[in-house]
Design a protein around this ligand. Structure first.
Ligand SMILES: Nc1nc2c(c(=O)[nH]1)N[C@H]1C(S)=C(S)[C@@H](COP(=O)(O)OP(=O)(O)OC[C@H]3O[C@@H](n4cnc5c(=O)[nH]c(N)nc54)[C@H](O)[C@@H]3O)O[C@H]1N2
Ligand SMILES: Nc1nc2c(c(=O)[nH]1)N[C@H]1C(S)=C(S)[C@@H](COP(=O)(O)OP(=O)(O)OC[C@H]3O[C@@H](n4cnc5c(=O)[nH]c(N)nc54)[C@H](O)[C@@H]3O)O[C@H]1N2
Ligand code: SF4
Ligand SMILES: [Mo]
Length: 891
């Protein structure tokens, strides 16, 4: 019972990563939303990471797309939908069904995704629907299917806690699946004998908390797991009973692996030293309860599918699969990567884990949908699909819930493709993404908190996302817009859905149709869920068959979904190639940071999340940096054969020699030139079609900037004219880093422009003896903003400058203090933000550590509260204790 006047919370699911945490959201009378972890949700039991905790800050009206638009002009839904249907119909009639395409997203709800797939494959009659999961999970899907005959994740999160050996391959779990990582650390605290091994070329927040780090050479993973398999054989650790009864291909796989039994060869192929290799091989051979978790360091590779099978081979050969504490575990990135696979959202799938290439499956789906047609062969995979847009084969394209101008490889070519396409529709929640700039028709979608449906997390658990806010403006759910087009294309009955529940029931019924245990994905048991039961649906793991039977795990006793019900071991080979050239001698690795989500359209709205790493950066080893004359905080230009980016150098001993790392997040909206995919070539895995986003050859040079600047402003700053800028939200306004090749002709006018000042603003400025220019602006005693400029990186305390935006209006006598850009002795500088929940900085933590009774992460928590809420920063705190910072700190 809620007390009178206290609003009751809505149980929903976090819209970010595939951990799939339960959230309780409570709209407050003052218009804000209270966010808490759902203590009853089996994914998180009440925990949330920094991104989940900050969800309320992203629910702001700023820049929301609120109504449909045609060519930038406001339009009614009817007008916009009629136009979409007319243009799609014209293309289909004139050029065939394959002349239209959908490009969708693992962030759509299952119900949205189901309707999109049904529309294309059953009613348009083309499989030209692909998804950003192609950039994310495609290699895992392909590897699973090659080995298991189905795209099955066999285990559960409990297995990660129960394992004696937990191997994290190409996964920065501490930052990318933080709550799952916290669960693992909690399990390890209870069972310290549990061993965590991280396999990643870089030192990361995850490797910092592992027992063993294997700093593998990029793409050395196939060789490493061939070495594991060979070692398992030589140690007699193959489970002959399991392999004999439930698998095929063991002999060929062993033959392919045997050369890697030679430690010297293995060391050469992986770049690892023999000591660490021997330790790891011994651990793997001796530990029955082994779980191998893998993520984008595996999937996003030209050898991604082979990496997956090399890992699966080792688990199949030892029978370590489907039993508690054992198994391969592909963690999913997006909140509904799994749901998308369940509905068949990839161009080479059908629906409900059925195969487009199987006539019997096609007949089941077509019959169930009562569809006039059914796509008979796989459609174009993402990279090829955009190539077909560019060369005119695709004449009408609808993009939903993804931002390909930033996230696809060769991203400037994607821009060119969209510019060339006769008709582009974009459904989003934000009005000005880099992709939206190319929309002929913009359709406003309801976002998290406004829409209703289901998502499936990494352990096959289906959870409800529930609405707790009204839809803003004219925003409508994506499934509704898709169904309206289905109706307008003449299929009123097939797309007549009253609500999301009706779509879910249909999806569940299809999964149970003609199944009888022949397909892994079966939620037939949910096909008769009434609307109230759907509304109340508690998190549930599939399979859940019509007869009520389910399965906690798959494959402990075989029962694979291949024709002979045996798994297949594959004789994979190491196809790694060296990509560097004398002109481009560095390898660029790309990935994620703790507090941003992809292209920042949501997390970029949160001042709290934007404070952690507020600029696009590039990690570089200190010896590489010194050889190139690059100092800490310099700006560098990184260039590939496809494009270039300007990034802040973070010089660190943690980066491997010869390799740079840059985040994937920054877009044209937040930075001048940091769209990292402009550099990434469209090189894909030959089996899965997944881009190799983790390795490309680049050059790096110091940018010849003659001036640098930093500003804070209550208004969104206008950086026009700067060769480099990086904008970020801050409490009370914005912050921006600036730089240029030539000094602004009129520095005062430039300051006015950057700070968006009216003529009436009072400006205080001076140039000090070293040529540093400082300027602060006020109106009616209120602080409006300040700009600092100098010849080199600006040495101003960012934390102090940002705090001026929310502080009390300064008395006239104190205004000059702002120009100094440093706190007084009375107010110590917090330093670079570490704990975003409590706003604790690195210098705060160092001061606490220098004092008495403070030596551990727990002590820091007791003194400063840092790390005691979401726990996402605990590895960074440990790094400060070890005097080996996990995150290189900007000035
Ligand atoms: N904070 C945050 N969390 C997220 C997301 C986000 O945007 N921000 N996105 C979500 C999504 S969609 C996804 S897919 C996941 C991704 O989650 P992760 O896969 O954990 O994240 P990444 O940073 O892309 O890459 C992981 C690691 O792979 C390493 N790596 C690169 N090349 C190799 C290699 O050849 N071999 C090995 N073994 N490792 C290599 C990189 O150095 C990197 O540390 O994160 C999800 N969670
Ligand atoms: N270089 C490099 N590139 C990468 C990666 C990498 O590691 N390195 N990782 C890849 C991976 S794993 C992934 S998953 C992709 C992610 O790349 P994207 O999918 O392009 O990234 P997002 O920013 O998540 O885009 C989601 C879009 O949907 C919008 N949106 C949010 N909610 C809704 C909604 O309810 N309905 C609709 N219609 N729109 C909504 C958001 O505003 C945003 O514009 O990037 C890939 N690209
Ligand atoms: S770990 Fe964080 S981002 Fe992922 S679902 Fe949980 S709260 Fe959301
Ligand atoms: Mo992803």
């Amino acid at each position: 019972m809620e007390a009178a006047g206290v609003p009751s919370g809505t149980k929903t699911t976090c819209p970010y990563c595939g951990v799939g945490c339960g959230v309780v959201a409570t709209p407050m009378p003052d218009g804000t939303v209270g966010i808490a972890g759902d203590t009853q949700h089996p994914a998180n039991f009440g925990r949330l990471c920094s991104k989940g905790s900050a969800l309320a800050e992203t629910l702001i009206p700023d820049r929301r797309l609120l109504h449909p638009a045609i060519g930038g002009r406001k339009a009614s839904w009817d007008e916009a939908l009629d136009l979409v249907a007319t243009r799609f119909r014209a293309a289909i009639d004139g050029y065939g069904p394959d002349s239209v395409a959908l490009y969708v997203s693992g962030q759509m709800l299952t119900e949205d995704y189901y309707v999109a797939n049904k529309l294309m494959k059953g009613f348009v009659g083309s499989a030209n629907i692909d998804t950003n999961s192609r950039l994310c999970m495609a290699s895992s899907v392909a590897g699973h299917k090659r080995a298991f005959g189905s795209d099955t994740v066999p285990g559960t999160y409990d297995d990660l806690e129960e394992a004696d050996l937990l191997i994290l391959v190409g996964s920065n779990l501490a930052w990318c699946h933080p709550v799952l990582f916290q669960r693992i650390l909690a399990a390890k605290a209870l069972r310290p004998e549990m061993t965590i091994v991280t396999i990643d070329p870089r030192e990361t927040a995850t490797s910092a908390q592992s027992d063993l780090h294997l700093p593998i050479r990029g793409d050395g993973d196939v060789a490493l797991f061939l070495g594991v398999l060979a070692h398992l054989e030589s140690e007699g650790a193959i489970d002959d009973a399991y392999a004999g009864a439930h698998t095929t291909g063991l002999d060929a796989a062993l033959a392919a692996a045997r050369p890697y039994a030679h430690l010297g060869l293995l060391a050469k192929a992986t770049g690892l030293d023999t000591d660490r290799l021997e330790t790891f091989l011994r651990l793997f051979a001796l530990t029955t309860k082994t779980v191998t978790v893998y993520s984008q360091g595996v999937n996003q590779s030209a050898t991604g599918t082979d990496k997956v099978n090399a890992i699966l081979n080792c688990h199949l050969a030892t029978g370590r699969i489907g039993r508690p504490g054992m198994g391969p575990f592909s963690v999913t990135g997006q909140p509904n990567a799994m749901g998308g696979r369940e509905v068949g959202g990839l161009a080479n799938q059908l629906a409900a884990h059925m195969e487009i290439s199987d006539p019997a499956h096609r007949a089941i789906v077509q019959g169930f949908w009562k569809a006039p047609t059914i796509a008979e062969e796989a459609g174009l995979k993402a990279v090829d699909l955009f190539e077909a847009v560019l060369d005119g084969r695709i004449r009408a394209l609808w993009i939903i819930g993804t931002n390909p101008v930033d996230s696809l490889p060769d991203a400037d070519r994607v821009k060119a493709a969209l510019a060339a396409c006769p008709f582009v529709v974009v459904s989003d929640i934000v009005e000005d993404t880099d992709t939206m700039a190319f929309a002929d028709v913009a359709l406003p979608a309801t976002g998290w908190g406004e829409k209703d449906g289901t998502v499936t997390n990494s352990e096959r658990r289906i959870s409800r996302q529930r609405a707790f806010l009204p839809a803003p403006g004219e925003a409508r759910p994506d499934w509704w817009a898709l169904a309206e087009i289905g109706k307008r294309l003449g299929h009123a009955e097939a797309f007549d859905y009253p609500n999301a529940a009706a779509i879910f029931r249909e999806h569940a019924a299809l999964s149970g149709t003609a199944n009888e245990g022949t397909r892994d994905f079966d939620i037939g048991g949910l096909a008769d869920l009434g609307d109230p039961a759907y509304e109340a649906l508690a998190p549930v793991r599939w399979p859940l068959r019509r007869n009520g039977s389910g399965a906690e795990r798959f494959f402990a006793d075989g029962g694979f979904f291949t024709p002979d019900r045996r798994a297949k071991l594959l004789p994979v080979t190491d196809r790694r190639i060296d990509l560097t050239t004398p002109e481009r001698p560095f390898l660029l690795n790309t990935g994620r940071i703790r507090d941003q989500w992809h292209t920042m359209t949501r997390t970029g709205r949160s001042p709290r999340l934007s404070a952690h790493m507020p600029e696009p950066f590039c990690e570089i080893h200190l010896e590489d940096a010194s050889a190139k004359g690059i100092a800490e905080a310099d700006l560098v230009e990184v260039a590939s054969e496809h494009g270039s980016a300007i990034l802040r150098a973070l010089v660190t001993p943690r980066a491997p020699r010869g390799t740079l790392f840059a985040p994937m997040h920054w877009t044209g909206e937040f930075a001048s030139k940091a769209r990292i995919n402009a550099l990434v070539p469209p090189r894909v895995d030959p089996v899965s079609g997944q881009p190799a986003s983790k390795a490309l050859a680049v050059s790096v040079e110091k940018l010849a900037a003659t001036w640098h600047g930093f500003a804070v402003s209550t208004e969104r700053p206008d950086p026009a004219g700067a060769d480099y800028f990086a904008l970020a939200r801050a409490p009370g306004g914005w912050r921006v880093e600036l730089a240029g090749l030539a000094a602004p002709a009129d520095p005062d006018a430039f300051a006015r422009q950057v700070l968006c000042l009216a003529e009436t603003a009072e400006i205080l400025s001076y140039i000090d003896g070293t040529g540093h220019r400082r300027c602060a602006a006020f109106a009616d005693g209120r602080f409006l903003g300040a700009l600092w400029m100098s010849g080199g990186p600006v040495a101003v305390s960012r934390a102090y400058a940002v705090s001026c935006l929310t502080g009390a209006p300064p008395e006239s006598a104190k205004r000059f203090k702002i120009l100094a850009g440093r706190t007084g002795a009375d107010r110590p500088d917090p330093g670079a933000l570490v704990c975003s929940c409590f706003g604790v900085g690195a210098d705060d933590i160092r001061r606490a550590l220098a004092g008495p009774d403070c030596a551990s992460v727990g002590d820091v928590g007791r003194h400063l509260k840092a790390g005691t809420n979401c726990g996402s920063c605990r590895s960074e705190i440990q790094g400060l204790i070890d005097a080996k910072p996990v995150v290189p700190e900007p000035v």
